[in-house]
Design a protein around this ligand. Structure first.
Ligand SMILES: [Zn+2]
Length: 219
């Protein structure tokens, strides 16, 4: 079963390269190079999946799911051993040391139209003192609010209750952000197959909510 996903930037948004730029802004938006040599900004599958995984960890226990809350492999392994099983979050999003792959396959999210990025100069804040670090001006490349990105999530034999956890993590992501990237809206499109699966359950209402943008532009 495949879900079509759209993400829309709500504020200034950046998914930065992890390596330093040679020219241009210090932190540039990630790009992929097309066959014709042109390049475009995009949201990598791994960034989107990672953000949903964190959202799932945050809300899992409020809805009766188990989460090891782990990031480091040895920590995850220890928590799972204590629980006597793999936690629900790792069961759908996978974990770093398991041979069994996650039953979710994410695609990269590509812009649905042309996007003009902007560069802004920011002040680097020292994490410990919360003051501006000395000599800490840096520039960052952003996409403006209202930019849409489209991609897919493939669900391979995900049980109904785990689908609920996936939908809850999407709802949570609309109130959060992708890493340090900025706030994002999310919606699911053409979810007819999923509606069949969820028919008669309380999760259908949540799916309906996720078929509409949450954030509306202020006129
Ligand atoms: Zn886990």
């Amino acid at each position: 079963m495949r879900l079509d996903i759209k993400l829309k930037t709500v504020g200034l948004f950046c998914v930065g390269w992890s390596h330093p730029a040679v020219t241009g802004p210090d932190i540039q938006f990630v790009r992929r190079v097309n066959y014709d040599g042109s390049s475009q900004v995009y949201i990598p599958a791994s960034s989107f999946k990672g953000a949903l995984r964190s959202s799932a960890s945050r809300i899992a226990e409020s809805y009766g799911f188990k989460s090891c809350g782990g990031v480091r492999p040895e920590h995850i392994r220890e928590k799972h051993t204590k629980m006597g099983r793999t936690c629900d979050v790792c069961e759908i999003f996978g974990h770093p040391w398991s041979a069994s792959a996650s039953p979710l396959m994410f695609s990269d999210l590509l812009p649905t139209g042309p996007i003009e990025t902007t560069s802004l100069t920011r002040i680097r804040i020292d994490d410990k003192s919360m003051r501006a670090a000395e000599g800490a001006l840096f520039s960052m490349e952003y996409v403006p609010p209202g930019c849409e990105f489209a991609g897919t999530i493939e669900l391979m034999n995900v049980p109904k209750d785990k689908i609920a956890l996936l939908l809850l993590s999407m709802a949570e992501l609309r109130l959060g952000r992708i890493g340090r990237g900025g706030p994002l809206d999310l919606k699911i499109e053409r979810a007819d197959d999923l509606k069949q699966v969820l028919r008669g359950t309380e999760w259908l209402a949540l799916l309906h909510e996720l078929e509409e943008w949450l954030w509306h532009e202020v006129p």
